[in-house]
Design a binder for this molecule. Sequence first.
Ligand code: ACO
Length: 435
Amino acid sequence: MSNRVTITDHATGKSIDLETIEPTLGARLIDIQPLFRELGLLTYDPGFTATASCSSTITYLDGAKGELLYRGYPIEQLVEQSSFIETCFLLLCGHLPSKAELDQFSSEVLQESLLQEEMKRFFEGFRPNAHPMAIMVGVVGALSAFYHDFQDIHDPQNRKHSAKLLVAKMATIAAWSYRYANGLPFTYPRGDYNYVENFLHMMFSLPTNDYTPNPLAVRALEVIMISHADHEQNASTSTVRLAGSSEANPFASIAAGIGSLWGPAHGGANEAVIRMLEEIRASDQPLEHYIERAKDRKDRFRLMGFGHRIYKNYDPRAKILRKLCHEVVEGCKTTKETQELLELALRLEQVALEDEYFKQRKLYPNVDFYSGIIMLSIGIPLNMFTVIFAMARTVGWVSQWNEMFGDGHSKIGRPRQCYTGVEERDYLPMKQRKK
Ligand code: ACO
């Protein structure tokens, strides 16, 4: 097979041979770097639908097959056999840890999970009704002010340390944003709990009661966290890479990623799915009415939790979470309302998957369609859903950020544009402008 592609500009008659790149898995790529230099042409691809912004060895997804691999391991095997903390090690370090490596990593993460006591004042500066995502963006950005010593991004040891520090502190920041909003005292992580147990403990334990995390809730959250840990060059990860490419410190770069994740087209969809299901449940309109609205181009309503840029098949994470949803709704003492939301989601999925509009466009449930029902069932409030997504995705963000500096090809990210504004014109003094 030839490893060249010829581009001919028929306007000038000039041609150029561009090299193709063969990835380990996935579509071949054209290296277009000489294009502008040789032909004076730029490429145009809003939304990066056919543009790879980097090389990466971390995560692979095959949209046609509905396949997701972290460092080569299928997501289905990881949710069955791994733990979130082991998956963190895998994503960060590239291999499954030995027992000694895992023990050391878990212990280091635990030691880093405390926040500086002064940081409490950051939480207290927010209004109690602040969205916890707003608190998270602010507090994570503020970590820059506390950890100056680890900001030399060219030192691999420093990068590794700040990566671990971010993974560790994120659970505490997430839980404290909930505690503050609910007027509850801040809770500290415990040495005898793992990452997920500690998060639940910091969310729900009270000084007045004994609290033991429910094993089914722990298992459910482990699966949610593993399923959300990385997803190659999505909007928030690309934001982290772009922010980091200017050599901004890791805390500022991750705060930028959290901001990007918040939108309902991305991580904010898990909250939006439940709001949509609640609206449908409360409405007198039949379900088909909402399907019709989702298909109507003039209506901004979309079926939240449906569709994906890459997956043109069932999102493997949605498959995992759909199954888990049944287990959790049955196993936890789920409210009648949550059970009704699950029944509604199942009906909505069935109607959508049989509809020509959704079939033609290959729109399937994505990771956000079922995760919210699981979180509601284990007592997580709606406004914490995207916070939990951010907590889980932090390891993906820091792994990608670390890789960017480690691969020796790091360059400031600077896309080009297709300018469609007015051509050059002379400044008009005020007196000469129209009234
Ligand atoms: N409901 C109705 N129609 C949809 C939906 C949906 N959820 N998603 C896509 N479509 C339609 C579009 O209107 C478009 O139709 P057209 O070809 O007639 O113009 C076609 O399907 C292709 O959709 P695009 O918007 O071009 O696809 P894109 O890859 O840009 O967007 C996205 C992907 C943002 C996820 C989109 O499917 C969406 O908005 N889904 C709902 C929000 C959501 O669930 N987001 C979470 C994604 S997963 C994650 O980030 C964790």
